[in-house]
Design a protein around this ligand. Structure first.
Ligand code: 4AD
Ligand code: MG
Length: 432
């Protein structure tokens, strides 16, 4: 029996006869030979059909294949030094499954709206393929990292009774006879998990009804939120640095092929895998902006252009620590050295990408947290369960959230986060 293999496995089967399940991305023929550009979801490579190697019927079938035709092939793997992939298949047999005409995405340039309207098909192309493979690698690296660090994967609900961080960015839904909201963060539930299991991480979809039409905003995105009992902010920053360097290292190690498809300059990514991320205070960041001639006052929140300005100054991710309390949520712990600020940090990616992660030490004292909830104008009843965590066995604890698509967009150097998720949801896009 000939073995069924994926294109990616070609290197281990040079000289062997194998079977593959493939689709056609492009085709070129010249008299006695047909060159088929093939994909199977694992990689892209070339199949060669020679008139004198196959039956008349197979040769005609190969000549008649249309873009995105699906078919079974049998053939022998050979090395192909000229191709980027390094291997090709000399086809001896071919059986067509589906071969319709009119595939809408050609090999010419298409506008982004056209491509997004055809996202259900566009995902088959090289560039989305490379991005989604890298997405998958980052997912795997994340799960491996936290498992190795002794974390438990913990699932937060997505239907929320109340608004954890204020209601302005929430999607409201009718839940039988009640109001409910789609989750904008699993954090408060993650804190429950930390007191039950020590160290946990949540990973799931997040919803924000943000009116921002920027390169960095989706209305549905994925967030990974670790929460660590007994951990102070400085140790959380160490963990964040270890985590992000591991993720980038794994992408560099396993996704060379995909990064090359994207034309990513990997020298720009290498420093991120080395660690040594600067911990810049909010105060110093403000000074850098002012010295750079930007109109920015202490107390302002950074806009995308401010973050881009700062992030051009670093060759790897860096932290901005201790933001003013007024621009961050109520659950953070105040900085004992300056109670106008919190023990919090955002991670900014280099090359102009800006914020990719954010977190803090959490306020662990019952009375202080209660006062902060009231100051934020939130309804105490909604937080009674959350306050219970401070009533019984409260411990210092810290956590953070990683914006999955933001990290992918930076690692892949995308112009917009919409390419980092299979089916982007934005203000003007819900389809397909
Ligand atoms: O900074 P955010 O709002 O923080 C939280 O939600 C905390 N509860 C996290 C925690 O401490 N557990 O969101 C976290 C990250 C941001 O740093 C950003 O990378 C990403 O989520 N993010 C978005 N990504 C895509 N589209 C949006 N609209 C996003 N809003 C935030
Ligand atoms: Mg943030």
């Amino acid at each position: 029996m000939t073995k069924l293999i994926s294109i990616r496995e070609s290197a281990q089967h040079v000289g062997e006869e194998v079977q593959m399940h493939v689709w056609l991305t492009d085709k070129r023929s010249s008299g006695k030979i047909v060159f088929l550009q093939l994909r199977d979801g694992s990689a892209f490579f070339q199949g060669v059909v020679r008139k004198n190697n196959v039956s008349e019927e197979v040769f005609e079938a190969a000549k008649g294949l249309r873009q995105e035709a699906s078919f079974y092939i049998t053939g022998t793997i050979s090395e192909d030094a000229r191709s980027h992939f390094g291997y090709e298949i000399q086809i001896t047999d071919l059986k067509v499954v589906c071969n319709n005409e009119g595939y809408p995405i050609g090999n010419k340039e298409h506008g982004i709206d056209f491509l997004l309207d055809h996202r259900h098909l566009w995902l088959r192309s090289r560039r989305p393929f490379a991005i989604m493979q890298i997405r998958n690698r980052i997912f795997k690296a994340t799960v491996d990292f936290f498992e190795n660090e002794g974390f438990v994967k913990f699932d937060a609900p997505l239907l929320m009774h109340s608004a954890p961080e204020g209601t302005t960015e929430l999607f409201h839904i009718d839940y039988f006879d009640h109001d409910a909201y789609l989750s904008q963060s699993g954090q408060l539930y993650g804190e429950v998990g930390a007191e039950a299991f020590g160290k946990i991480f949540t990973f799931g979809p997040t919803f924000r009804a943000e009116e921002s039409k920027t390169r960095r905003h989706l209305t549905e995105f994925w967030m990974m939120e670790p929460e660590m009992a007994w951990m102070h902010q400085d140790e959380s920053l160490d963990l964040q640095e270890r985590f992000l360097s591991y993720v980038v290292g794994q992408v560099l190690e396993h996704c060379e092929y995909e990064l090359e498809i994207l034309g990513r300059d990997i020298d720009k990514l290498k420093p991120a895998a080395e660690g040594h991320y600067t911990r810049l205070s909010y105060d110093d960041a403000v000074k850098m902006l002012q010295e750079g001639g930007r109109d920015f006052k202490w107390g302002d929140d950074f806009g995308a252009p401010d973050e881009a300005f700062l992030s051009e100054k670093f060759d790897r991710p860096f932290f901005i620590v201790n933001y003013p309390t007024a621009i961050k949520p109520f659950y953070m712990k105040k900085n004992p050295e300056n109670p106008m600020t919190y023990l919090c940090a955002d991670v900014e990616a280099p090359e102009g990408y800006g914020e990719i992660m954010g977190g803090s030490e959490r306020e662990a004292d019952y009375d202080t947290l209660k006062a902060q909830i009231e100051e934020a104008g939130l309804n105490l009843d909604d937080y009674s369960w959350y306050l219970d965590l401070r009533k019984y066995g409260s411990v210092p604890h810290s956590g953070f959230g990683m914006g999955f698509e933001r990290v992918i967009a930076w690692i892949c150097k995308l112009d917009h986060v919409r390419e980092a998720i299979p089916f982007p949801r934005m203000i003007n896009r819900m389809q397909p």
